[in-house]
Structure formats: structure tokens, C-alpha cells
Ligand binder design. Structure first.
Ligand code: FMN
Length: 344
């Protein structure tokens, strides 16, 4: 019998399959299902730092009869800060009205009472200002770990790469002042030197890096001459970008690596672990097929391990990382020169 158990962020997981942060992980009912169907852990839907600041301001103003509308409060919050986040506005208008911080904390506490798998809370953040105390409340509510979802699009012509990268380090430093639970950082791939930055981030004391968040990308409708939203969900072919970076970074960082994006079946779970991932986050596949596929994916991983005589996850983790393959250039190569020349 193979053993799927593993360590991630210092936590003991019964398998490396984590249901990643999304709307699917914001209700107790879904968390029960996720746990019952055998996931290794779950990352809760993120709360936004803007919500933390908004509710704090609201609370401070609660005795004031001329209390501002929440939209004004929100505008005040964003106008004072360095980053304006379109997502934050959407989030506050569409989600945060029904989901307060107290509900988030109750969800953690209830989940910890009812489900057996580790519960990782999540905060979506883009500045180091005035919200980190809430990380402590998340810890006190019982979360096993905290994932910080930081996605900065480097589109500001006035800001250098160094300015942008500093934000990540500032956020970690501030959060680490408040919590002792493991912290992981979920990032995108817009860094001028991803390997170097990932290494430095891994030396800040965080326990894990999640590679990568999947950005919302705009598309253009050429009939109606409009800019539209692209697909919200990943396809099962989208895992390769992450695979390359997991393979390049595995065994070189001072923290764990979770692979995220385009992981839809047990085959890609196996590939990410062979590349060196300590765990995988899966989301779109559950939107497309619901959680019923979880046992199938776990069973597939088990069968693959049995067929290849691997008794434990650690027996094959990183076996095909850049560090361990005979021809590391395969991971470094970005142009298909040889292939191109043979294609007519
Ligand atoms: C509807 C939806 C909501 C999401 N919400 C969050 C979120 O609150 N926080 C977060 O870190 N990631 C969020 N994500 C991103 C996912 O956690 C994941 O990183 C991304 O979807 C790529 O994984 P996948 O290819 O398995 O879907 C969301 C994704 C979807 C589709």
C-alpha cells in the first residue's frame, strides 16, 4: 500500500492535493465535502486587505452620526494608498457586503471544529499598510497557516522593478510580526529575475511559495470592438509554465513550493511532484467537474505510484527537477530552434 502523506508548510497532510483558494472554499458546507472526499488541505477564499481597512474604518466611525457611505470610505482608503486595485473595488461591491471579517473568522473556527484537514486562510494584499494585525486574528481563530496572495501587475511606468519587488518583502516582514503560524506567499510571474527574487523571498522566513496565481487577462471582441474578460477557468494544458518554474526552483529555495494553475488530473499532479512541488493547488477542475473528481485524482496518484514502485511521495518528489535531470538545459530552453527547423 502506498503512502501519500507529506509535509507542507510544516503541516502534516494525508496527501499533497490541496483545494486552492476560490469561491468554492468560502462555505462550511463545501469545506466539509472537500475534507470528506479526501483532499490533503484547503485554502480559504481570500479576504482583501481593503476589506480589513474598510471594516476597521467603519468600526471606528460607528458612533459618528454623519458616518460616510461605505463607498466614500472605500474611496478614501484607496486614494491614500499606493496601489489602486480594480479587483478590490469589485471585491468590495460584490463579495464583501455579504461576507464580513467576523464571518471569515467564524468560518475558520467552525471549519477547524468540523473538518480534519489543515485549513489555510488567505489574504489578498498589495500594500504593507495598516492591516496585518488581522493576520493575528486569523491565527487566533485557529487557522493552520496563512497564504498571502500578492499579485502586482508591473504596469506603472513610474515604478521600477525594485520598487515593486520591495512591496513583497515589506508585506512579509509586517505579517511576520503578528503571526507564528506558517506563512506562504502566492505570487504571479512578473519579476525581472524570478529565480533570484524567489530565492530571496524564500530566505525571509516564509514557509512556502505558491507558483503561480493565474491572472485575469483581458481579451478583445473584434466584432463588437470591445474589451472582454477572458476565460475565468484554466484549461488542462495550462500547467506547463508552472511546471518549468517548479522544476527550476525545486531544491534551491529555503521554503516549500506549491504548484498552481492548470492542474486538472492525477497525471499533472504527478508531473508537478516529479518536478519538485511539495503540494499542488487545484481549483478550475472543481468548478468544471465539482468535487466528485477528488477521489478519482487521489486514486490515480495512488495507482501511478503503485505501478512505478514508489512507496512514498518523497521517493519521487523532485526526481525530475532541474537539479536532478541529466540535461538541465531542457528546462532553460525557451526557443524551439531544432524543432522549428524540422517543421515545414
Ligand atoms: C472563481 C475563482 C475565484 C478565485 N479566488 C481566489 C482568491 O480569492 N484568492 C486566491 O488566492 N486565488 C483565487 N483564485 C485563483 C485560484 O486559487 C488559482 O490560483 C487559479 O485559479 C489557478 O488554478 P487552477 O488552474 O487550478 O484554477 C480564484 C480562481 C477562480 C477561478
Amino acid at each position: 500500500m502506498v503512502d501519500l502523506s507529506c509535509k507542507y508548510l510544516g503541516l502534516s497532510l494525508k496527501n499533497p492535493i490541496i483545494v486552492g483558494s476560490s469561491g468554492l472554499t468560502s462555505s462550511l458546507e463545501n469545506l466539509r465535502t472537500i475534507s470528506k472526499l479526501g483532499a490533503g488541505a484547503v485554502v480559504l477564499k481570500s479576504i482583501f486587505e481593503e476589506q480589513i481597512r474598510y471594516e476597521t474604518d467603519k468600526f471606528l466611525q460607528s458612533d459618528n452620526k454623519s458616518m460616510k457611505s461605505w463607498q466614500d470610505t472605500f474611496q478614501d482608503i484607496v486614494s491614500k494608498k499606493e496601489f489602486y486595485y480594480e479587483e478590490a473595488y469589485d471585491y468590495l461591491t460584490n463579495y464583501a457586503r455579504e461576507h464580513t471579517l467576523n464571518q471569515y473568522l467564524s468560518l475558520i473556527t467552525e471549519a477547524k471544529k468540523e473538518i480534519e484537514i489543515p485549513v489555510i486562510a488567505s489574504i489578498n494584499c498589495s500594500t504593507q499598510y495598516d492591516w496585518q494585525y488581522f493576520a493575528k486574528r486569523i491565527q487566533d481563530a485557529g487557522a493552520d497557516a496563512l497564504e498571502l496572495n500578492v499579485y502586482l501587475l508591473p504596469s506603472d511606468f513610474e515604478r521600477s522593478g525594485t520598487d515593486n519587488e520591495k512591496v513583497y518583502f515589506d508585506i512579509i516582514r509586517e505579517v511576520k510580526k503578528f503571526v507564528t503560524i506558517p506563512v506562504s506567499l502566492k505570487i504571479g510571474y512578473y519579476f525581472s529575475s524570478l529565480a533570484n527574487t524567489a530565492l530571496k523571498l524564500s530566505e525571509t522566513g516564509i514557509e512556502g511559495l505558491t507558483l503561480f496565481n493565474r491572472p485575469y487577462n483581458p481579451d478583445i471582441d473584434i466584432e463588437n470592438l470591445q474589451v472582454n474578460a477572458s476565460n475565468m477557468f484554466s484549461r488542462d494544458s495550462e500547467y506547463m509554465h508552472t511546471l518549468r518554474w517548479v522544476a527550476l526552483l525545486a531544491g534551491r529555495l529555503n521554503c516549500d513550493i506549491a504548484a498552481s494553475t492548470g492542474i486538472h488530473n492525477h497525471e499533472t499532479v504527478v508531473k508537478q511532484i516529479l518536478a519538485g512541488a511539495d503540494a499542488v493547488h487545484m481549483v478550475s477542475v472543481f468548478y468544471k467537474n465539482h468535487f466528485g473528481v477528488l477521489p478519482e485524482i487521489i486514486g490515480g496518484l495512488q495507482s501511478w505510484m503503485t505501478a512505478h514502485n514508489f512507496a512514498n511521495i518523497s521517493d519521487f518528489k523532485g526526481l525530475l527537477s532541474r537539479k536532478n535531470v541529466h540535461n538541465p538545459a531542457t528546462y532553460e530552453r525557451v526557443q524551439f530552434l531544432r524543432l522549428f527547423s524540422s517543421v515545414e
